[in-house]
Design a protein around this ligand. Structure first.
Ligand code: GZL
Length: 325
């Protein structure tokens, strides 16, 4: 009698599990069961103006493309991204995409997605995992962005006779844009031996941390000529610290940043920043096109590089009125 009862309960729970899997997009042919492509997306967080613009664009693009978007915000924690990807695998979404907060630590979960036969698209940032574990990487060339910032400084100080002291606010430790912008920047400024990085520290891509670190740098160094910040938000936080120290940003200390979000472009147009390298967050349309191609079994390029430009103060004034983000 007891055996029959246990068998009955076991059978029921198995059926229940199968039902719930199907109920949450178990039919991988159509994902949500509505025939729509189901895309699981794990976002880094909401740490900067760039990130919020990127999120908004992905959500709007999904709606416009008729894609059923399962969106997860990891609050800049890798463990939350891994949990979200595992949840997408369990839901049997059609495609998984994510912007990896750091480059390392993804092999296991990417292998789980591969074993579940769910294709993975990287957006925005890269990983150091084997390239066979994802279909494509759609995002900027961060080394090139750092180089553009460095090249501008080399030109700006080509006639300098004295050392030019630079402090660098790096992005999140271990993140691809932080690693590669630093690499491109420092390679570029090597062309002018007067350009010296006297301090370099992470501000985690946030305004608050950028201000805090710049306050400490201003106390430790009385002879800072230039700040290179890996994103506008850290530059804006540092700008406040510079002003509170009684100095004039854009004049006493020149400021070069990356992103070109509205607040950064306003600071540039107002003469408080001196140069911004654009990092385009509007990846949503390309992501939806790529996800549909991947689902349809079409081949996509292993690397899709985002198109972006640079802004000086005059160009920022022209661009601001029509800036999308
Ligand atoms: C770059 C992106 C970076 C931005 C920062 O593609 O990953 O992360 O430059 C954001 O503003 O926080």
């Amino acid at each position: 009698m007891l055996k029959r009862l246990i068998a009955a309960v076991a059978g029921a729970s198995l059926a229940l599990a199968a039902l719930s899997a199907c109920g949450s997009g178990g039919d991988s042919a159509s994902g949500s069961g509505s025939g729509k492509l189901v895309l699981g997306f794990s976002q880094v967080g909401a740490e900067s103006g760039w990130r919020t613009a990127n999120t908004k664009d992905i959500q709007e693009a999904a709606k416009a493309a008729g894609v059923d978007l399962k969106f997860s915000d990891a609050q800049q924690k890798q463990e939350n991204q891994i949990a979200a990807i595992r949840s997408f695998i369990k839901q049997k979404v059609d495609v998984i995409a994510f912007s990896p907060v750091v480059v390392t630590g993804w092999d296991a979960v990417l292998k789980e997605a591969k074993a579940a036969d769910i294709p993975v698209v990287l957006t925005d940032r890269a990983v150091d995992s084997d390239a066979s574990l994802y279909v494509t990487f759609l995002g900027s060339d961060f080394v090139e962005e750092g180089k553009k910032a460095g090249d501008w400084l080399v030109g700006e100080y080509k006639d300098a006779k004295e050392p030019v002291n630079i402090v660098q606010l790096e992005g999140t430790v271990g993140a691809a844009p932080a690693i590669d912008r630093k690499k491109g920047f420092e390679q570029a400024i090597a062309a002018n031996p007067n350009l010296k990085v006297i301090a370099s520290q992470s501000g985690d891509f946030t305004r608050a941390k950028g201000k805090e670190v710049m306050q400490a740098l201003l106390k430790a160094h009385k002879d800072i000529d230039v700040l290179f910040a890996h994103n506008d938000d850290m530059g804006l936080g540092a700008m406040q610290a510079i002003q509170e120290a009684g100095l004039t940003p854009g004049k006493d200390i020149k400021i070069v940043t990356v992103d070109a979000v509205k607040d950064g472009m306003q600071a540039l147009a107002d003469g408080k920043f001196n140069f911004i390298v654009e990092c385009n967050p509007l990846l949503g349309g390309q992501l939806m096109d790529t996800a549909k191609k991947v689902k349809a079994g079409e081949t996509v390029a292993k690397r899709i590089v985002t198109v972006e430009t640079v802004f000086d103060q005059a160009k920022a004034k022209e661009a601001l009125p029509t800036r999308k983000y």
